[in-house]
Design a binder for this molecule. Sequence first.
Ligand code: GDP
Ligand code: ZN
Length: 443
Amino acid sequence: MTDTIFALASAPGRAGVAVMRASGPGAGAALDAVAGPPRPEPRRAALRELKRADGTKIDLGLVLWFPGPASFTGEDCVEFHVHGGPAVVEALAAALTAQDLRPAEPGEFTRRAFEHGKLDLTEAEGLADLVDAETEGQRAQALAQMTGALKALYEGWRERLIEILAAIEGEIDFPDEEDVPKQLARTAGPPLDALIGELEAHLADDRRGERVRDGFAIALIGAPNAGKSSLLNVLAKREAAIVTEIPGTTRDIVEVRQVRAGFPVMLADTAGLREAADVVEAEGVRRALARAEEADVRLALVDVSRETPDADYLARLRPGDSLILNKTDLADAPQIAAPDGVSVFPISAATGSGIAALEAWIDATVRDRLSMRESPALSRARHRQGVERAVAALGRARDQLTEHPELAGAEAHAALRALEGLTGRIDVEDVLDRVFAQFCIGK
Ligand code: GDP
Ligand code: ZN
């Protein structure tokens, strides 16, 4: 017997309206008990007095009845739209508990929807991301995923793989010894190659989808006093980092999260990269180097009143990075022959000169790297791991195809399981636990 669960679907706290939702076999009876018969027409709002079992009033509110299976969870569902005061919500929760309903775990409604086949695992994740979306880019990506973009991609691959498997196993079952290799090379080889190519292309997307979810990382690097903290403050438009004249003030990483071009961006000011003066700073330098290494883009700052970047310095920059010639209010910016793909910006963090051009470049870079493409992006490490496992198994299947078709078949099966784990077709309990635990209560 399934429990009937309930939870506040709207945000907790004082509000104009609060939405309480219940799902499970006892939802209809609870509705009758609290809102009184007759039960409202399915999916139509009805204004009712809500009462406790002893007949005392709780509130006047709207109730909705969503009989299963045509409901969000696939079970009988009920919604109560009440006045959003904490005491009203608490009284309603107590009345539902008295009807033997229990509070839902985080993500439990969506998990039930998943278990009743209302959505696959990637769509459930898209739903969680949509609820969490704070920027326009995150919203668009989450909506695409929630409405089945990744599911369609992964299911399409799965179906093609099943055909490939049928070809491999067909040959194993009718082993006309000599012809097997030739035959398989012709029937299963090309589609297997094509599939491997598509999975690899999906993986080689510069981690676009994960960055849309987690943020695009920009690291400010450069010698102490180059003006990193000053530039961070200008870009953040607030005093986020401590700016002083003593080299090595920024001992740890100061990070500013902001929205640029509709995407989340993390700007990190790193400790000055110099010989560590003490242990604390050495740790700061170590972290700065690691952060700079992982960052999507590095802004390399130079104080033009003190130095001119030489060939060695320039050689360490990567395509996509930018070289910032700072303090142009003190000295003229030198002419620099920057490596290919490295943009140069003469600026003054003190006067603001050149900042607009730099910001336009940052925004364009973020937009360029993160904007939606035609094919959906994988948005979580879980997807990346699953696709990596599948592509590795497919590669081994390809290697064994003509010599050891039975081994190729086993590898293709392993790839199939990896793809099915992505959509939740084969449910691995701990994966489900992990995915749904990230949801908020009431979803
Ligand atoms: P960091 O060590 O790279 O983080 O450098 P800071 O941002 O702390 O700046 C070091 C010193 O340079 C401070 O005294 C800043 O006020 C000064 N400074 C930073 N940018 C400029 C600039 O564009 N022009 C001038 N004149 N001084 C600057
Ligand atoms: Zn600093």
